[in-house]
Design a protein around this ligand. Structure first.
Ligand code: TRP
Length: 343
């Protein structure tokens, strides 16, 4: 039996990224932003606006920088503390792309070919997808590992990419005889119940790419829009059930109850106790009111940040400098391990 290599013993560090592609919605807020920001209380956190990932699909050059600022504004509006946590744009730290190349030579074709997200995103016409879209998860591994990230808050859909990151870290450590050099990053994932689904189809994730704007609550929707969208949300003719078992075959109802629970910070069971037997004519307005009250301060903060681009740019720039200071020494060690001339 082979001996277990010594494992990583460095500090723990949280890393995650959000793509700057289009408007943020309630699913991004409850599933990502809110949780990311909460982690800063007891972890060192690095949060990255992943614009290099965004360009794996066509982006408008006239909009990309503003989309990046928008994600940064959302982080800040949700309470991210830029003095403690690091917030920056991926493309401003060249270390990501450099490490991604080294990892391209570590990762195996078979590993990347197994990634289901590429199959979903490339659709029927995979031949015409960019090479970057195929390579996306290798860049993601580089994002995390260039900071020796140990914990990665992500949605359920990113679990496979995290496994790939672990495989790459492990193979690098073995290939270059550097046991414990890279940590094997752990996903921080909440169960599928925590996922926010489309308001029009309870089996599909709430998504900015859904053609119907009624399928999602955007972070910048005003109160009236929020009320209208919940009113039009798909449900059925039965009342709110007594217990969570009664939600099982009712994905849309389950989703609305889940949203209420997440916003109120209580369990679904507690929501059902409050609303059991009531119809949607009662539940939907209550939900809309809760969502509007919750989102109003965030929307307002976001607008305020977006009206001062120079301030956002300053924060991103500072984050970028701090990120580089962590990544550069890691890359220097990587170059030495690979054996490059002059390293
Ligand atoms: N692929 C992630 C998503 O779509 C975004 C991302 C890019 C990411 N790099 C990352 C997430 C590194 C976590 C860690 O949600």
């Amino acid at each position: 039996m082979s001996e277990k290599p010594p494992s990583y013993s460095g500090p723990s560090r949280v890393f995650s990224g959000i793509q700057p592609s289009g408007a943020l919605h309630l699913g991004n807020y409850l599933g990502a932003l809110k949780k990311f920001v909460a982690l800063q209380e007891d972890h060192d956190c690095i949060y990255c606006v992943v614009d290099l990932h965004a360009i794996t699909q066509p982006q408008d050059p006239a909009l990309l920088a503003d989309q990046t600022r928008e994600i940064a504004a959302a982080f800040l509006a949700c309470g991210l503390h830029p003095k403690n946590s690091i917030l920056y744009a991926q493309s401003s730290v060249r270390a990501h792309t450099e490490l991604a190349w080294y990892f391209n030579c570590v990762a195996r074709m078979g590993w990347v070919e197994r990634m289901t997200q590429f199959k979903d995103k490339s659709g029927k016409d995979a031949e015409r997808a960019s090479v970057g879209l195929f390579d996306y998860p290798v860049l993601q591994a580089a994002d995390i590992l260039v900071y020796k990230g140990t914990h990665v808050p992500v949605g359920e859909d990113q679990k496979q990419h995290l496994e790939l990151s672990r495989d790459i870290a492990d193979k690098f450590n073995r290939d270059f005889n550097a046991p414990g050099f890279f940590p094997l990053p752990e996903p921080l994932i909440e169960g599928p119940g925590a996922r926010i689904m489309s308001l029009k189809d309870g089996t599909k994730k709430m998504s900015k790419s859904d053609p119907s704007d009624l399928s999602r609550i955007n972070l910048i929707d005003d109160e009236e829009t929020i009320h209208r969208k919940f009113k039009k949300a798909r449900t059925d003719q039965h009342p709110i059930p007594v217990d969570v078992d009664g939600l099982e075959a009712r994905p849309e109802v389950n989703n609305l109850v889940g949203i209420y629970a997440a916003l109120a910070g209580v369990s679904k069971a507690a929501v059902l106790t409050e609303f059991e037997g009531k119809g949607f004519g009662v539940f939907k307005p209550a939900l809309a009111e809760l969502a509007a009250a919750h989102l109003a301060p965030i929307t307002e903060n976001m607008r305020r940040y977006l009206s001062d681009k120079a301030e956002i740019d300053r924060i991103l720039q500072e984050g970028s400098e701090r990120a580089k200071a962590i990544a550069e020494p890691v890359l220097a060690d990587v170059r030495k391990l690979i054996g490059f001339h002059g390293a």
